[in-house]
Design a protein around this ligand. Structure first.
Ligand code: MN
Ligand code: MN
Length: 301
């Protein structure tokens, strides 16, 4: 059981580490990264946001805001999530994507909890905050699907974003439960069977905020590397939306390879308060999950 909880902690830590590591190379091309770093592999901050080493961005901050709402209520609370997103927006975060900003503004002005379908909403802003949803709904796929779409639609309403959120959530959940690399790959094949755009066997190196490019980048490096560290290094050296590809690769690879695979030097560099918060949320969100509730019932008999 500790094993599972450690994998959940590694998923949430992986998200924050990928965000902090990737923010340095966000919007750079692979050539620019090579010229500046040879290979980018240390958490050093900087980047276009001029971050401190170990500082995280919207990917981690929105996840924490979402997770905090669930832990405050002890249940699924879309209004609470929207309130926390709004409070976060008002705190003048270091970064906030335009689609997320529009959704949060619509909630502020109209109380709108579901943004209407928009063909331009296939960005990665909803998928990047799936870690707390995956932990909270662990052990119940129908709940995962419902909660993934509901939280996504606060800001993004597009079938490709929805499908990406669900696939990322499933990969994190399966990995926490100790699945094989083949099982993870099967989830990507199901996704590609439904939406052919997500096929990644002829990966062409596009790493943008378009959720298809984002997941192709994550999948390519997840399945062509053999460790948490090499997966994240591959993803962030691809540049583009590197903090978000880093965050999503980090949550899946963290869950898959486990806590022992997370390099100590990255853990040490991650902002201390963020590290404490993500680990605390990870443990408490799993405590609330259907998987844990079932275990407690079983033990009670
Ligand atoms: Mn970001
Ligand atoms: Mn980003």
């Amino acid at each position: 059981m500790k094993h599972f909880i450690d994998r959940a902690r590694a998923a949430y830590l992986g998200l924050a580490i990928g965000d902090a590591l990737g923010a340095t190379t966000e919007f750079m091309t692979p050539g620019e990264i090579k010229a500046a770093f040879r290979e980018h592999r240390r958490i050093v901050g900087g980047g276009w946001l001029r971050l401190k080493p170990g500082q995280v961005t919207d990917d981690t901050e929105m996840s924490l805001a979402l997770g905090h709402a669930l832990l405050t209520t002890g249940g699924w609370d879309l209004g609470g999530i929207a309130d926390n997103f709004l409070a976060w927006m008002k705190s003048k975060p270091v970064d906030l994507g335009s689609t997320c900003r529009r959704g949060i503004r619509d909630y502020m002005l109209k109380g709108q909890l579901e943004t209407p379908y928009n063909e331009w909403d296939a960005g990665n802003g909803a998928a990047m905050r799936m870690a707390p949803v995956a932990l909270f709904t662990l052990g119940d796929d129908a709940e995962l699907v419902r909660c993934a779409a509901e939280q996504a639609h606060l800001t993004h309403n597009h079938p490709l974003s929805d499908a990406a959120c669900i696939a990322v959530g499933r990969m994190v959940q399966q990995a926490i439960q100790g699945c094989s690399r083949f099982d993870l790959h099967a989830i990507t094949r199901d996704l590609a069977a439904e939406h052919g755009n997500f096929r990644f066997n002829d990966y062409r190196g596009h790493s943008s905020a378009y959720v298809v490019d984002t997941l192709q980048t994550v999948f390519h490096y997840l399945f062509t590397t053999g460790s948490f560290e090499e997966c994240l290094i591959g993803v962030v050296n691809q540049g583009g939306d590197a903090d978000t590809t880093g965050a999503i690769a980090g949550m899946i690879a963290g869950a898959f390879y486990g806590l022992d695979a997370v390099p100590a030097r990255w853990l040490k560099k991650l902002n201390g308060k963020v590290r404490e918060e993500v680990e605390d949320q990870a443990v408490r969100l799993v405590e609330l999950s259907p998987w844990m509730r079932r275990r407690r019932t079983d033990e009670g008999h």
